[in-house]
Design a protein around this ligand. Structure first.
Ligand code: PLP
Length: 378
């Protein structure tokens, strides 16, 4: 749309953007779209120029938020291709999110083909340099108009991409967190385990409250007892007790982070004891004050591994460790980056090549799609 910030018509040139891309500010030249309709299933997979989408004012997503998303990164590799960490896991989480929001599931193969097409088309947009990557944002929304509250009969799956530096801008600067006791992000039986757009809207007031208290990020407690630590903003948390790491268990109200699951395995490979458990807000304070809790870090695709330096709640403020970035956090951050950038071995086969050599397909003919589209039409 004319005048949209970041749109292709109103942005600086690619080279200028790539010098300092920020996070999620500028979008590349292309996008992928695939449509779904009841009775017809998935169809019309296309790679086109990045452009506004046709949406009526009465679009159901704009009213009732039936939308899910993913976020993953393509890292530049020598030879022109790129690689992403465990895109199959993102594809499966996208399916799980869709199920929870009564939306059709996109076949895993089609999800991967869409990412591949985007990276192939916009390879020149992948920034080079440590920690930099092309952030891929697949999402799906109800593409039907009407005010009846029900699952829509048509959807659009879209992938757009945005070059990025580092989410927090300052690399491994420790973040300060606010323990939010007034609002809940997710409830038992709710949508917290789905990557649903509505969850992010529900989190904004808690994040604003964190900022009012001078903190960088909000930490969510469980909605029932308001006691058990769940997540930090859009990241999962790890608590470090010497060589033992504990991350809050997936109770159904936490997002099952791909970085979280990767770090559980990576930490074990490095000889740490890494487990899922429960940490209460009181225990966080007590263990930080006694020194038993040596480090806390948050993790997620956008920011990687980020140290948590201090905690503020209605009851006061306390530091974690010496308030700086601890050695376990630093080691895991470096190991994860080395894996993503291809400078460390990949014994689990987690990195998946995207956008290798070959022509850019502008649309996938129906015959080609048929084998991929196993999802029955509803
Ligand atoms: C609420 C929430 N928790 C955790 C994460 C981290 O998940 P991942 O490591 O898959 O990016 C995210 C980001 O996707 C998130 O939005």
């Amino acid at each position: 749309m004319p005048g949209m910030p970041g749109s292709a018509d109103h942005r600086p040139g690619r080279e200028e953007i790539l010098r300092s891309p920020g996070f999620g500010r500028y979008f590349t030249d292309h996008m992928v779209t695939v449509a779904w309709e009841a009775g017809r299933g998935w169809h019309d997979a296309r790679l086109t120029r990045y452009a506004p989408l046709p949406i009526e004012p009465a679009n159901m997503t704009l009213q009732y938020a039936q939308t899910v998303l993913e976020g993953l990164k393509a890292h530049r590799r020598s030879g022109g291709a790129a690689a992403a960490l465990r895109p199959h896991v993102h594809a499966r989480r996208f399916q799980a999110s869709a199920r929870r929001m009564a939306m059709p599931e996109l076949p895993e193969e089609l999800f991967l083909r869409a990412l591949d097409a985007m990276v192939r088309a916009d390879r020149d947009w992948i920034p080079s340099g440590p920690g930099r990557s092309l952030y891929l944002r697949p999402f799906m929304f109800a593409h039907e108009s009407g005010f009846g509250v029900r699952a829509a009969d048509s959807y659009l799956f879209v992938v757009v991409a945005s070059p990025n530096d580092s989410y927090f801008g300052t690399g491994a600067r420790p973040v300060s967190v606010w323990l939010c006791e007034d609002y809940a992000r997710a409830v038992p039986g709710g949508t917290g385990a789905a990557k649903a757009g509505a969850n992010y809207a529900a989190s904004l007031l808690g994040q604003a409250q964190a900022a009012e208290h001078g903190c960088d990020q909000v930490v969510w407690l469980d909605a029932v007892e308001r006691r058990w630590v769940e997540e930090m903003g859009a990241m999962n948390l790890f608590f470090v007790y010497g060589d033992r790491l504990v991350t809050p268990a997936l109770t159904g109200s936490l997002l099952p982070g791909v970085t979280r699951s990767t770090l559980l395995a990576l930490a074990r490979d490095l000889g740490y004891r890494a487990e899922e458990g429960r940490i209460s807000a009181e225990q966080w304070r007590r263990d930080a004050e006694s020194g038993a809790l040596t480090e806390v870090f948050a993790c997620g695709t956008a920011a990687g591994v980020a140290p948590v330096g201090s905690v503020t709640s209605a009851a006061g403020t306390w530091a974690v460790g010496d308030g700086g970035a601890g050695p376990v956090t630093g080691r895991l951050r470096a190991e994860l980056l080395a894996l993503q950038e291809g400078t460390a071995p990949d014994p689990h086969g987690w990195m998946h090549e995207l956008g290798g050599p070959g022509p850019v397909a502008l649309s996938w003919p129906a015959a080609d799609l048929r084998g991929l589209l196993r999802t029955p039409a509803r």
